[in-house]
Design a protein around this ligand. Structure first.
Ligand code: GLU
Length: 413
C-alpha cells in the first residue's frame, strides 16, 4: 500500500485553513515547525540476556497555550513524521477543546505484543530516564495513546518521581486510579466522541435507529461502541487489527467484548460475517467510525464510502486527498481534533486534580467533560458557519489557530 506521510496531510490541512482565514505568513511558517524534537536510543536488557536498542521520540510542537501535552504510542510503524503530525494535531486539538495546553506527542518503535511484561517495564522506565529533564508537570505532560496503558503510565510516573526526588503525579496523565488517575479517564475518549456525535445528530434532526460501523476495538473503539449502543444506535460492524465482523441485524457490544477476551480476536463471533478492515469502511451504514490508525480513508476508497457521517475517533484517519472527495459527496466528517478530544480534556481534569490534591467522583468528571464536548462542538460548528465552510475540519482548524495566535500575541511571541 502507498505510504501517505501524515505530516504532509497535517500541513495540507493547516494550509487550507490558513488560506480561508487569511493567516499572516509569519504565523503560518511558525506553525509549520515543531519547537523541539527529541530522538533517543533506548537500550533494554531483554529476558534472554541480550541487549536491544529501541528508537524513542518526543516532539514538543507548540506551547503558546500551556505545557506541551499529548500521548505516547508504542507501535512498529512509529516514525518521526508520524510523531510530528500527531504532536501538531495535539496543538490543534487542545485549542479546539479549550484546555490550557500546547501540543506534543511521543512514541517508541516497538511491537509491545512481542515483549514480556518485564521487558516492557524496563523499556518504559529507560525512556523516562532519557527524557525526564525535558518533561514536567508545567513543561510537557505525556499520556497513553496506541498500545500504551495506565500501567505503563504508572511505571513512568514512578521512574520520574524517583529521578526528581518527589512524587509527581501531574507529570503524566492516564494513570491508574490508585496512583492519582482520574475517574472516567478510561472511557473518556469514547464518551466524549459520543457526546459530539449526539450534538451533530441533534443539529441534523436525527433519524431513528441509525446503523454504525467502528474500525478498531482498542480503548477508544470499544468504549465508543458501548456508548453508541447505549444511545440507541445499531452497531452492525466492528473490527480489530486481526479483521472485522458484520451483521446487518446488529450485535451486542458487551457480548462481543466477552468473545474477544476469550478468543483474542473479533473474527468468528457467532451470527456475523467476516469483513476485512478495508471492507468495513465501505459497509452500507449511516455512521462510520475509524478508531484505529492514520490514513484509512484515502483517494481510492473515499468514493466507496456509504456512510453519511464519519466520526474520526483515530488521529488522522483521513488522508488530505480524501477530504475534498468526501466534501463533494456531502459526507459530514467530524474531525479527529474535535471527535476524540474527550481523552485529553479528561487528562486535563486529571492534571488539575493532581495539582490540587482534591478528587472528583466519576459523575462529576463526566459532567465536566460533557460540557467541554458540547462547547467545543458548538464552537467548531459556529466557526464553520461563520466562514461559510461545508467541512468541519477547516472550521476546527480556524478556531484552534485563532486561539493559539491569541495566546502567542498575549505572550509577545
Ligand atoms: N493520546 C490521546 C490523544 O491522542 C490523549 C492525549 C492526552 O491525554 O494527553 O488525544
Amino acid at each position: 500500500m502507498l505510504k501517505i506521510n501524515p505530516f504532509k496531510t497535517a500541513m495540507e490541512q493547516l494550509s487550507h485553513a490558513a488560506e480561508k482565514m487569511k493567516l499572516a505568513p509569519e504565523i503560518l511558517s511558525q506553525l509549520k515547525k515543531p519547537d523541539r524534537i527529541l530522538h533517543v536510543s533506548i537500550p533494554v536488557r531483554m529476558d534472554d540476556g541480550a541487549k536491544k536498542v529501541f528508537d524513542g521520540f518526543r516532539v514538543q510542537y507548540n506551547n503558546a497555550r500551556g505545557p506541551y501535552k499529548g500521548g505516547l504510542r508504542f507501535h512498529p510503524q512509529v516514525d518521526m513524521d508520524e510523531v510530528k503530525a500527531l504532536a501538531f494535531w495535539m496543538s490543534i486539538k487542545n485549542a479546539v477543546v479549550g484546555v490550557p495546553y500546547g501540543g506534543g506527542k511521543g512514541g517508541i518503535i516497538v511491537d509491545p505484543k512481542q515483549l514480556s511484561k518485564g521487558e516492557l517495564e524496563r523499556l518504559s522506565r529507560k525512556f523516562i530516564d532519557l527524557i525526564y529533564k525535558n518533561i514536567g508537570e508545567y513543561v510537557d505532560v505525556p499520556a497513553p495513546d496506541v498500545n500504551t496503558t495506565p500501567e505503563i503510565m504508572a511505571w513512568m510516573v514512578d521512574e520520574y518521581s524517583q529521578l526528581v526526588g518527589k512524587f509527581t503525579p501531574a507529570v503524566i496523565t492516564g494513570k491508574p486510579l490508585s496512583m492519582g488517575g482520574s475517574q472516567g479517564r478510561e472511557e473518556a475518549t469514547g464518551f466524549g466522541g459520543m457526546v459530539v456525535l449526539r450534538e451533530i445528530l441533534k443539529r441534523r434532526g436525527r433519524k431513528k435507529s441509525q446503523s454504525i460501523a467502528i474500525q478498531g476495538f482498542g480503548n477508544v473503539g470499544h468504549f465508543f461502541a458501548l456508548f453508541a449502543q447505549k444511545a440507541g444506535l445499531k452497531v452492525v460492524g466492528l473490527s480489530d487489527s486481526k479483521g472485522g465482523i458484520y451483521s446487518p441485524k446488529g450485535m451486542d457490544v458487551k457480548k462481543v467484548m466477552e468473545w474477544k477476551k476469550q478468543m483474542g480476536q473479533l473474527k468468528g463471533y457467532p451470527g456475523t460475517a467476516e469483513v476485512t478492515n478495508e471492507k468495513l469502511l465501505e459497509l452500507p451504514v449511516d455512521i462510520l467510525v475509524p478508531a484505529a490508525l492514520e490514513n484509512q480513508i484515502h483517494a481510492r476508497n473515499a468514493k466507496k464510502i456509504k456512510a453519511s457521517i464519519i466520526v474520526e475517533m483515530a488521529n488522522g484517519p483521513t488522508a488530505a486527498e480524501a477530504d475534498p472527495i468526501l466534501n463533494r459527496r456531502g459526507i459530514t466528517v467530524v474531525p479527529d481534533v474535535l471527535a476524540n478530544s474527550g481523552g485529553v480534556a479528561t487528562s486535563y481534569l486529571e492534571w488539575t486534580q493532581n495539582l490540587s490534591g482534591y478528587y472528583w467522583s466519576k459523575e462529576e468528571v463526566l459532567k465536566k467533560l460533557e460540557k467541554y464536548m458540547i462547547d467545543a462542538t458548538a464552537a467548531v460548528v459556529n466557526t464553520s458557519e461563520e466562514y461559510k465552510l461545508k467541512d468541519l475540519r477547516t472550521g476546527a482548524f480556524i478556531l484552534a489557530v485563532s486561539r493559539i495566535m491569541e495566546a502567542m500575541k498575549a505572550r509577545g511571541l
